[in-house]
Design a protein around this ligand. Sequence first.
Ligand code: SAM
Length: 219
Amino acid sequence: MTEQESEELAASNLGTLEYWENAYAQELDNFRDHGDVGEIWFGTVNSRKVVRWITMKLDLNKENDKIIDVGCGNAMTLVELAKQGFANLTGVDYSQKAVDLARMVLNNNNLPNVKLEVCDILNNTLSHDFKVVHDKGTYDAISLNPEDPATKRQKYVENIHRILSSKGYLVLISCNWTKEELLKHFANHFELESELPTDTFQFGGQTGNTVTQLVFRKK
Ligand SMILES: C[S@@+](CC[C@H](N)C(=O)[O-])C[C@H]1O[C@@H](n2cnc3c(N)ncnc32)[C@H](O)[C@@H]1O
């Protein structure tokens, strides 16, 4: 195995559109049947902590600054951001079923003004004026794609850089990459602004983070 290959994650169906379409078809049925919004990736408590951090620590204009959640899934992060008063919100996901679920969840929370779009972040026509990009688990999913994940990761970094306004922020939450790995992946286009604390667990006498949460600033 070359050094390049050894730095990739083992491919998984979580890296394919087919997987997410099937998963969200199921989640849509569950939502229609009993109002269950489905999986909250990396936990509700942690997600709320990140949203609170964005609210308190980033110098943002709640009315005007544009925030986008890439790979928004069920839109629960957008719901939390709206609860904090952010008014210029967009969610994108490459799964039509995810966007259908997101629209239902947003309507259920009386948030019809949050914009949604079916969009592959690796091939998009989004505007270039977002102040904040939030990503929980999407860079991870892209990294698991069975076909040429290294090129896809590179494309992700370039595209996120492009859609951000000058000095915009990327809030990145990953369960597959360490801080050191992410710093390497993003070094050419971003600098580290902050590292958000995460819950730790003990295993075999060692303490380790389950999730890496970094805030990058566009160079
Ligand atoms: C682990 S889920 C996280 C969903 C959501 N961020 C959350 O926290 O609930 C990964 C999401 O990324 C989306 N996704 C994966 N690759 C994508 C791409 N290239 N463009 C847009 N969305 C993508 C999937 O459809 C899925 O909704």
